[in-house]
Design a protein around this ligand. Structure first.
Ligand code: SF4
Length: 491
């Protein structure tokens, strides 16, 4: 029925952004900030610093620790810096698309780091290209750089007008030679927070990055807010005062954000534990053991165990040293790529009725392997519980969910999925239960991948490679040469 493939059961993370204003070791602090945000993107990393007159930039493919080796940071002076860790959500993964993006214009130098996905990227880029602008990359974030570089018009063309042309999800850190600016889209899809380290200001995707550098959390940047930090201090403006509906990505609480981060005054760990408690209230099951799929299911499994009183065991042990690439003896060891990451302590589960908890099942392949693992080890029953509702729709706001054809829940009934997983039962947390666990009203959230109600309209033909695909259909530079030649001959 369902086709197994080697893809993972979790969607990919997208990006992390970080910025520092007013610290002599801005590059180093940004490095540590990105290090703490590594979970948000592992394909490329980059930092740009400013000494008030000049930018210094270093970007590379790979993890933060791989990109910034040797003396790189020592050669990036300045008390102003922004940084980015990337997983590609629009545009392919290669060095040319690594961020922060930089450019020089009438404003001087500008650097931009973007977390999220613009839903009107292709349309705005078409407009800008029609005006004669050139692009160096295929990422939607370059549109923001180009909009900021537009000449001043009668309205002044300030940053407020720039971001009002953007649609979709964007948490931005922007740097000029002398300023640091943080921006969050009016729906607040992605997180962005403000912190203070002595006299320096810090912007970060998540509070865990502030913790690492001993910066104090000041507050979240509000949806639609622009925070500008410069020689005159900090100023803030609400660029979308009429906006009431919010759409924070609830999947940040379920899976993406680090559990030690706090978003909208809710600690992510506590929200996940509460999701597990809610699962236990909705689906009480007679069992001997609650087992998480580490690390993603840890908190929810703990919540289930606490609420139900059923013992909790870390029966799956994670190998933390699995690199991004390893030799895969595809035929030699069955399920190698699953087993190399998590190994099961068989004596904990032998003869037991086991509840296994994870935070999502997107394609189902890995979950099926876990259930088989447990059954082969002698578990008498395996019940799969998921701490969010089934994913039925793709995400267009910066999370790399597969399209509907690859989303298991969009194509099969719960009973069909249970049977494919070879589980004794399968339950998903209800949508009201998931929202309730956050302690925030439903109107605070984007829930589109669950209920298909997209807060910002999007074009279904637009996907991650849209800008590259358009590039194949351009008029040739040589078009019209033959006509010109004929005219020259006539002369
Ligand atoms: S569609 Fe899902 S993953 Fe995407 S922003 Fe909305 S809640 Fe988050």
């Amino acid at each position: 029925m369902l086709e197994a493939d080697s893809m993972q059961d979790h969607p990919k993370h997208y990006c992390g952004v970080f910025g520092v204003y007013g610290h002599p070791k801005a590059a180093e602090l940004t490095y540590y900030g990105l290090y703490a945000l590594q979970h948000r993107g592992q394909e490329s990393a980059g930092i740009v610093t400013s000494n008030g007159e000049q930018f210094y930039k270093h970007v590379g493919m790979g993890l933060v620790s791989q990109v910034f080796k040797g003396n790189v940071l020592q050669e990036m002076p300045g008390n102003l810096a922004i940084g980015h860790t990337r997983y590609s959500t629009t545009g392919s993964s290669h060095l040319g698309n690594a961020q922060p993006l930089t450019g020089t214009c009438w404003r001087g130098q500008i650097a931009v780091a973007h977390n999220g996905n613009l839903t009107n990227a292709a349309a705005v880029r078409d407009e800008l290209e029609a005006d004669g602008l050139m692009f160096q990359t295929t990422v939607d974030s370059e549109i923001i750089l180009n909009l900021l570089a537009q000449p001043a018009n009668s309205h002044g063309n300030n940053i407020v007008q720039t971001i009002r042309r953007l649609e979709g999800a964007y948490s931005l850190v922007i740097m000029t030679e002398k300023e640091l600016i943080g921006v969050r889209d009016p729906f607040g899809f992605r997180p962005l927070c403000l912190g203070k380290l002595d006299e320096a200001w810090v912007l970060a995707s998540e509070t865990c990055a502030l913790d690492l550098i001993h910066a104090k959390f000041v507050r979240d940047v509000e949806p639609g807010e622009i925070v500008a930090i410069g020689p005159q201090g900090l100023s803030s403006v609400q660029a979308f005062p009429e906006q009431e509906r919010r759409a924070f990505c609830i999947f940040e609480y379920v899976y993406f954000a680090r559990p030690d981060s706090t978003i909208a005054n809710r600690n992510v760990y506590k929200v996940r534990v509460e999701m597990g408690r809610q699962l236990a209230r909705e689906f009480p099951i007679a069992a001997d053991l609650v087992v998480p799929v580490p690390d993603s299911g840890n908190c929810a499994a703990l919540g289930y165990a606490l609420e139900s009183g059923i013992p909790f065991e870390m029966a799956f042990v994670r190998n933390h040293y699995v690199g991004r690439s390893f030799l895969q003896p595809s035929q030699l060891i069955r399920d190698f790529d699953v087993r190399v990451k998590l190994n099961l302590i068989t004596e904990l589960v032998r003869g037991k009725r086991v509840i296994v908890v994870d935070d999502s099942i997107v394609r189902g392949t890995t979950c099926k392997a876990r259930v088989n693992n447990l059954k082969e080890a002698g578990a008498t029953e395996v019940h799969v519980l998921v701490s969010c509702p089934p994913h039925m729709h793709p995400c267009v706001y910066g999370i790399d969910f597969p399209d509907r054809r690859k989303l298991m829940a969009a194509n099969y009934s719960r009973e069909e999925i249970r049977s494919y997983l070879n589980a004794d039962s399968l339950y998903y947390l209800s949508q009201p239960g998931m929202v309730k666990a956050t302690g925030l009203p439903q109107s605070s959230f984007c829930l589109a991948c669950y209920d298909g109600r997209y807060p910002v309209a999007y074009n279904p033909d637009v996907d991650k490679q849209i800008i590259e695909r358009r590039n194949g259909h351009r008029p040739s530079l040589g078009d019209g040469l033959a006509r010109e030649k004929a005219q020259i001959k006539l002369l």
